[in-house]
Design a protein around this ligand. Structure first.
Ligand SMILES: Cc1cc2nc3c(=O)[nH]c(=O)nc-3n(C[C@H](O)[C@H](O)[C@H](O)COP(=O)(O)OP(=O)(O)OC[C@H]3O[C@@H](n4cnc5c(N)ncnc54)[C@H](O)[C@@H]3O)c2cc1C
Length: 450
């Protein structure tokens, strides 16, 4: 069922089912499989275990803003193991992502405080500062925050009270047993409330947006649906690939044997059990992969300038080199997703873009309703990573900064026009890592099923 459906052949030039020029990309599932499995996956695998990427700051305690909590935290495989503070690199704890980041202390600009030019500059700034009332300062800060948030596709919460570091390596995404009405309500809300869909009382999601109906949607709506569906596929591939094959007898000890469950994968994606939708859902995984891949390519000049600071000098240097290498491979992909085909229709598009943002922000709020902590953790990380990718693709500020050659300058000021927080960067790379792993895992299932 990877290539049996009739229209697979028709759209051989691209697995994207969107209409319009996006269908003209010259990629095939095979091209992406090969590119990912040989070039991207192994690089990400070694990068994402590094300290900079393994600690993710997140708030898992927010209450659900939409309906009463139906949390199933008692499920033992849902629990998130807390992070031992002493394992978190000092550089991350020191970091205040809002203002002077710890990494900034080590940039050339920061080190050059004896430079008279820098002093002059600062004294002018401080003169202006003291002439402002505290009230005005607060207003400016509020405006600046509002301005920055304008481009966000997600609610950023890393500075919220209650956020804490989680070690992703000791809390891998895998089967948790989370299912039933609580899980279905989340998926239904994401698809139905946010996917511009028809009002439909049906309980089955596949009845709600069957593949053929996608052709009646406009490009942006289809893209939105396919992105969510691709994320859904990715999560379900992971739980099938890291399934609980055998439980330990000891109820208090959440150990077990984890591995691929081919039957589970078949049930979730074969045409017979999904009303022929499964293969399309799998193709949507490639679609979201291409979206995030393109975001990395677009942000590459910016990402190359990041410090990836943890305070462990040797590792920080290694990470920078590994990022450079990965970004060069990402940039070398020949059939990148063309983000300009979306929102390219004048004033109506602008309205649509804002609606899109609002809907994605809603999805990040819905993640606070996921009734299993581990699923919530990975759900939040992946939606934040996706939101960051969309922010990169549709950020005017990034365009302006890139066009003005900002990233090529020898020194970049502390607060450039476009900036991502550490949490956004960690989410972006880890979310892409999840998609890359899904494509890799799918190859394994494919081998067994051949
Ligand atoms: C945010 C989130 C994170 C989760 N993380 C985990 C996890 O880490 N580990 C874990 O074990 N479980 C996780 N789950 C639960 C998991 O995704 C399933 O909901 C659960 O296993 C029940 O599966 P199901 O067969 O009932 O179908 P579901 O996956 O719940 O899907 C419901 C319906 O949606 C349709 N559908 C299925 N896949 C797609 C698709 N790709 N595109 C479009 N429509 C589709 C089908 O009609 C299906 O019946 C998570 C759920 C959510 C909402």
């Amino acid at each position: 069922y990877f290539n049996t459906p009739d229209d697979f052949d028709k759209s051989k030039n691209c697995f994207c089912e969107l209409k319009g020029s996006i269908n003209d990309c010259s990629c095939t599932v095979d091209t992406v499989d090969h590119f990912n499995n040989i070039k991207i996956y192994p690089r990400l695998k070694s990068l994402l275990v590094k300290n900079f990427f393994r600690f993710y700051k997140v708030n898992l305690k927010n209450s659900c803003p939409f309906w009463p909590d139906d949390s199933k935290c008692a499920m033992r495989f849902c629990q998130v193991q807390n992070c031992d503070e002493q394992h978190i690199p000092k550089g991350l704890i020191e970091e205040n992502e809002n203002t002077n980041s710890a990494a900034f202390k080590y940039t050339k600009e920061a080190q050059s405080s004896s430079c008279s030019e820098a002093e002059d500059y600062n004294s002018v700034l401080s003169y202006l500062d003291t002439s402002l009332s505290d009230q005005a300062h607060r207003e400016f800060e509020r405006w600046a925050k509002h301005d920055e948030a304008e481009e966000d596709f997600c609610i950023l919460e890393h500075q919220n009270k209650g956020s804490q570091y989680v070690d992703l390596l000791i809390n891998p995404e895998r089967y948790t047993g989370y299912r039933g009405e609580s899980a279905h309500r989340i998926w239904r809300s994401i698809y139905m409330e946010n996917c511009f869909g028809r009002k439909n009382e049906s309980k089955s999601l596949s009845d709600f947006i069957p593949h053929l109906d996608l052709n009646d949607m406009c490009l942006e709506q289809r893209a939105f649906y396919r992105i969510i569906s691709g994320l859904h596929s990715s999560i379900n591939i992971h739980l099938s690939a890291k399934y609980l094959l055998s439980e330990s007898k000891d109820f208090l000890d959440p150990q077990g044997i984890w591995g691929p469950n081919v039957e589970e994968f078949k049930r979730r994606f074969s045409p017979e059990t999904t009303n022929n939708e499964g293969p399309h859902w799998l193709r949507n995984l490639y679609f979201i992969y291409l979206v995030e891949l393109r975001a990395l390519a677009k942000a590459a000049p910016y990402l190359r300038r990041e410090e990836y600071y943890t305070g462990i000098a040797e590792e920080d240097e290694e990470v920078k080199l590994a990022i450079n290498d990965l970004l060069s491979v990402v940039e070398s992909f020949s059939s990148h997703f063309n983000e300009n085909v979306l929102f390219s229709n004048g004033v109506a598009s602008l309205k649509f873009k804002n609606e899109y943002k609002e809907k994605f922000r809603n999805i990040s709020r819905i993640m606070d309703c996921v009734g299993c902590d581990k699923c919530r953790l990975w759900g939040k990380l992946q939606t934040q990573g996706l939101g960051t990718a969309l922010k990169i693709l549709y950020s005017e500020k990034l365009n302006v900064a890139t066009e003005s050659g900002l990233w090529e300058r020898p020194h970049i000021e502390e607060n450039p026009i476009f900036k991502l927080t550490r949490t956004e960067i960690v989410a972006l790379f880890n979310a892409f890592g999840r998609l890359s792993t899904s494509i890799f895992e799918m190859e394994n299932f494919r081998k067994v099923l051949r």
